[in-house]
Design a protein around this ligand. Structure first.
Ligand SMILES: [Mg+2]
Length: 330
């Protein structure tokens, strides 16, 4: 299984400053300081780390656990209100890329985001994307991004055997976290860090619209070579295909059929082994019925040519009526 972990802000969507506005409003309300987030960079940081940064910058001390929890409760209420009022901007190519990836066999989608779980869910719901993700790592798992990515990977391993993990994000923090977890770092230049700052990633995409082609190139082109390698190791073909592709032949065939346009699906159905056997059996039954009908017609034709058959003499047996002797032999 290949696990994709997506950052949210700047990668999947722009929340139209709903997060930073909510942070500022809560800080002003609770601590009487307006514009508390000025000069603070949000990109790639976790919610708990941002709260701590703002507290230290404005109050000269970190928050207590109680203050942090109360801040988050107030923040989430305001965030939901902002999202309901202003909505979010789903970034170019995101919806199509997620739909395409989620239809691939052997692919699992999750999020790895600095948002706390409730904030992440609210943003994804506002974007209409929540249904794509089976798991996640969140700001409430750890203040450190690498640790929340590790938490998401651990949840992925509980679901399936992972062949590779791809972390997709818009900041250098996403790349650093991916490296720390041994994942592929896929940067997308749609957020707060420019493409030049992301060049140390394994791949830099201009937008999420480029992700399907990258996936196809990485996990499709070398599939035959991997299968051949597994065959050389002595695996039977079905096992070699599953080992290399992460899915069975049947699952791959089903996914292929889903991708085809409806008018062409009959070709796949005809090509399946079950269909071939059914058609072969049907043809044999038809051939047998035709031969039987032809033999019957030939017999009837011969009988017509030879005339009526003589009546077969009836053998007399002991106990038959003595008067009934016509046409019998003894
Ligand atoms: Mg981001």
């Amino acid at each position: 299984m290949i696990l994709y972990l997506f950052d949210i802000d700047g990668t999947l969507l722009h929340a139209r400053r709903s997060g930073s506005r909510s942070f500022e409003a809560v800080f002003a309300d609770r601590h009487g300081i307006a514009g508390a987030c000025q000069g603070v960079r949000f990109g790639g940081k976790t919610d708990p780390a941002l709260i701590e940064e703002i507290f230290v910058a404005r109050l000269g001390r970190p928050p207590s656990e109680t203050e942090r929890a109360a801040f988050l409760d107030a923040y989430l209420a305001l965030l939901r209100a902002h999202l309901e009022c202003h909505g979010v901007e789903v970034l170019a190519g995101v919806a199509d890329a997620l739909a395409w990836l989620s239809a691939r066999p052997g692919v699992l989608l999750g999020v790895a985001t600095g948002n706390v779980r409730a904030g992440a869910d609210a943003k994804l719901a506002a974007a209409g994307l929540a249904g794509y993700f089976a798991l996640g790592g969140y700001g409430c798992d750890s203040q450190l991004r690498a640790e929340l990515v590790a938490a998401a990977i651990a949840r992925g391993r509980q679901r399936a055997e992972l062949r590779e993990v791809v972390v997709v994000g818009d900041t250098v923090h996403d790349i650093t976290a991916a490296r720390a977890c041994g994942a592929i770092a896929c940067a997308v230049a749609t957020g707060s860090d420019p493409a030049e700052a992301l060049q140390h990633a394994d791949v830099v995409l201009g937008s999420m619209a480029e992700l399907p082609a990258w996936h196809a190139a990485r996990y499709g082109a070398d599939l035959p070579a991997r299968i051949l390698g597994d065959l050389r190791r002595g695996l039977p073909f079905d096992a070699a295909f599953r080992e290399s592709a992460g899915v069975s032949l049947d699952e791959a065939e089903s996914a292929w059929a889903r991708d085809l346009n409806l008018p062409w699906i009959w070709m796949v159905r005809l090509g399946s082994s079950l269909t071939v056997w059914m058609v072969a059996t049907l043809l044999m039954l038809i051939a047998w019925a035709v031969k039987r009908a032809r033999d019957r017609r030939m017999m009837e034709h011969w009988q017509d040519e030879e005339g009526p058959r003589p009546v077969a003499p009836r053998l007399r047996t002991v106990g038959d009526d003595d008067q009934d002797d016509g046409g019998t032999v003894h």
